[in-house]
Design a protein around this ligand. Structure first.
Ligand SMILES: Cc1ncc(COP(=O)(O)O)c(C=O)c1O
Length: 385
């Protein structure tokens, strides 16, 4: 029987798949969240900065939050500005997580509206974070893709991507740097190549830097803000382990920021998140400590997983991709041991799982559990089994 028209519309707007585990799956397994170690999200492993709790307690819950997030935007400008470069208030937009910013972008640039008859198109550099495609589809946009080299280093052919941008002139170009789930980190030159092509075609290049804080030795991407057609998007929920509060921000030209702001519902960033964000930015010792914890545990984990004979492609981010062969099976075997990992099938990588870097102690538990699963797989593959 043919699908009903509204079913088709709904399936076209399919929700993107995220990591973690849904409460319904937990219930079906008879598990509680506290029974699990969640490696499927990649956030700072040292918990939120201490001062955040006091900041949250100081919020008067009976007042509306500032819809313009003025204090927090000022704190972001102060945090990012240097003696030689000032980031000004009008170039910062705060969102309810960086995810809200992607949805504002697709509504503002891609939806079929009187401003924009016929809807728009976007280029996605895949495999990547599913929310870009989800947001584009919700806006009814045409989605173009440039797929990375999946049988090698997971890098993209930047000249080919630039050619697509020049030929197809998408309204938006999304690139995640470093990329989720592959950990590929594009060079300044590569991003400049995409930005040049985007400028020639009137496209806005959106660089999602959700995992940038955990890159060892990053290049200075704020220089890109000299270009009016580039937006940087950052996630404070990941940097400061406050995913429950939802907080992210975008940096772009004043025109782009005010265009997005005009689509943002007032009060979408709650008062607790605004205060927590300011307090987190004031704690200048926090991120160096979080980075240090990530680097140590990441080195340990990649060596341990490598010892199991599993391939771990180089990753610049605070997660590792691991080639396990049958990702759904590994996910359920690890879940039975109280560990959640990201099955990368929805990224088009069914042979891979992704593991976020947690504390050293948690990573030791993951390494031990993975060794058990690898041993079980070996035993099952023996003749006679
Ligand atoms: C690449 C990337 N960008 C953005 C986000 C969303 O972050 P936020 O919590 O700021 O909405 C995620 C979440 O997993 C992500 O992987």
């Amino acid at each position: 029987m043919p699908n009903q028209p509204n079913e088709n519309a709904a399936s076209r707007r399919r929700r993107p798949v995220h990591g973690s585990i849904q409460p319904s799956e937990l219930r079906a397994l008879g598990l509680k969240p506290e029974d699990l170690l969640d490696f499927s999200a990649s956030i700072s492993p040292i918990g939120p900065p201490e001062g955040v709790w006091e900041a949250i307690r100081s919020v008067d819950l009976s007042t509306y939050p500032d819809p313009e997030c003025l204090d927090l935007r000022e704190a972001i400008c102060h945090y990012l500005s240097t003696p030689t470069r000032e980031v000004t208030l009008g170039r910062v937009l705060v969102g309810n997580g960086s995810t809200e910013i992607f949805h504002l972008l697709t509504r503002a640039y891609l939806s079929n509206s009187t401003d924009h008859p016929g809807g728009g198109s976007a280029l996605l550099m895949t495999p990547t974070y599913g929310e870009y495609e989800g947001a584009c589809r919700m806006a009814g946009a045409k989605v173009l893709t440039q797929v990375a080299n999946l049988s090698g280093d997971f890098r993209w052919d930047i000249s080919e991507a630039s050619r697509i941008i020049r030929d197809d002139r998408p309204d938006l170009v999304f690139i995640c740097n470093p990329n989720n789930p592959t950990g590929v980190y594009l060079t300044h030159g590569e991003i400049d190549g995409l930005a040049d092509a985007s400028a020639d075609s009137g496209s806005l290049l959106v660089v999602d830097e959700a995992y940038l804080s955990f890159v060892e030795d990053p290049w200075d991407s704020l220089e890109l803000l000299e270009r009016p057609n580039v937006m940087l998007v950052r996630s404070m929920t990941k940097d400061y382990a406050q995913t429950a509060l939802r907080l992210g921000y975008a940096l772009a030209s004043e025109d782009v920021v005010s265009r997005l702001r005009s689509y943002q519902p007032d009060w979408s960033v709650n008062g607790l998140a605004q205060k927590a964000g300011i307090s987190a930015l004031e704690d200048t010792e926090y991120l160096p400590r979080a980075r240090e914890a990530v680097y140590r545990a990441k080195n340990y984990l990649s060596a341990e997983i490598g010892e199991l004979g599993l391939e771990v492609p180089p990753s610049a981010a605070n997660f590792l991709l691991v080639k396990v062969g049958d990702a759904p099976r590994w996910r359920s075997q690890l879940l039975a041991k109280g560990i959640v990992v990201r099955d990368c099938t929805s990224f088009g990588l069914p042979e891979y799982i992704r593991v976020g870097i947690r504390t050293m102690e948690d990573c030791q538990r993951l390494a031990a559990a993975m060794a058990e699963v690898a041993a079980e797989a070996l035993a099952e593959s023996r003749p006679g089994n």
